[in-house]
Design a protein around this ligand. Structure first.
Ligand code: NAP
Length: 285
């Protein structure tokens, strides 16, 4: 039987470390890390994500500065708000909760955030740094997964890694981080032909598709490490991942549960990135 990769436990540990570091900063007379969280519109899922981020900030000794804007706030005004936050030395990180309501150009909004405050690591400058292996912000979900692998002593070096999904926020940066860790990486997507023949060779299988029950036991190599990024609702309305957990867990060496695997790690890395943003601001002065 496989070992559970306990993202909840590791995320708690990381958040505790951040909280201690925030206290050390304060004792040394440095600014408390501050995160501006911008929510535009009334999307209920986004509202939950934003509430969770505020809770995490509180736990980590990070100041959360919320901006709850109506859907008709307007792109130009949103860009002006971002300009003001970029120029505000008391704000270290800026997060715009996605998706934005219809009528907003997400790329234009993301690109307006100062790359030194881009805690989600979605700005093209940070994507470029990740691609060429320079230091910088790392995207929260893939960086959280690598932290989880590290915690359990799983080294991607020389391993066949298959990432299902090629989104800008999960699949692509996940592939880059595994490559950075010397994995041999294949990225699969909806046009991939004969997906099971690829996944059956995966020592590390990451699924970021967004379909319940997508990864079935016949797609899994015995002893594989399975990382389930998916967040879906099953027929009973319960939160579940992409992986048929009961079918695949007996085959895997390690597997993430949903909930309690990748999700909490994503949240913890956002806090880590906010602390990093405050440290960057100290350096810049
Ligand atoms: P996305 O932008 O919708 O991307 C999904 C990817 O899956 C696409 O690249 C798509 O291929 C691919 N795909 C769809 N059907 C496929 C098929 N039949 N065979 C192979 N590939 C297929 O989603 P995302 O933003 O990356 O998120 C993926 C899932 O992770 C969602 O459930 C999301 O809620 C969850 N998520 C969780 C966290 C967390 O912290 N746990 C964070 C972010 C996202 P094409 O590119 O060809 O369309």
């Amino acid at each position: 039987m496989s070992v559970l990769l306990d993202g909840k436990a590791l995320a708690s540990k990381i958040k505790k470390e951040i909280s201690e570091e925030s206290k050390r900063r304060e004792a040394a007379g440095k600014a408390r890390p501050a995160l501006a969280v911008i929510l535009v519109g009334e999307d209920p899922a986004s509202a939950v994500y934003v509430r969770n981020k505020e809770k995490d900030c509180l736990e980590c000794g990070i100041k959360s500065v919320p901006y709850k804007l109506t859907a008709d706030y307007g792109e130009e005004k949103l860009l002006s708000l971002i300009d003001a936050l970029n120029g505000d030395p008391a704000i270290h990180g800026i997060l715009v909760q996605l998706p934005l309501p219809p009528g907003y150009d997400e790329r234009r909004v993301i690109e307006r955030i100062d790359p030194a405050k881009d805690v989600d690591a979605f700005h093209p400058v940070n994507v470029g740094r990740l691609t060429i292996g320079e230091e910088g912000f790392l995207p929260c979900t893939p960086a959280g997964i690598v932290a989880l692998l590290d915690e359990y002593g799983i080294d991607p070096t020389g391993k066949n890694c298959v990432v299902i999904g090629r989104s800008n926020i999960v699949g692509k940066p996940m592939a880059l981080l595994l490559l950075r860790r010397n994995g041999t990486v294949t990225v699969a997507h909806s046009r991939t032909v004969d997906l099971p023949s690829l996944t059956r060779n995966a020592d590390i299988l990451v699924s970021a598709v967004g379909k319940a029950g997508f990864v079935t036991p016949d797609m899994v190599k015995k002893g594989a490490v399975i990382i389930d990024v998916g967040m879906n609702r099953n027929a009973e309305g319960r939160l579940c991942g992409d992986v048929d957990f009961d079918g695949c867990a007996p085959l895997a060496s390690f597997i993430t549960p949903v909930p309690g695997g990748v999700g909490p790690m994503t949240r913890a890395i956002l806090m880590k990135n906010t602390l990093y943003a405050a440290e960057l601001a100290d350096e810049i002065g």
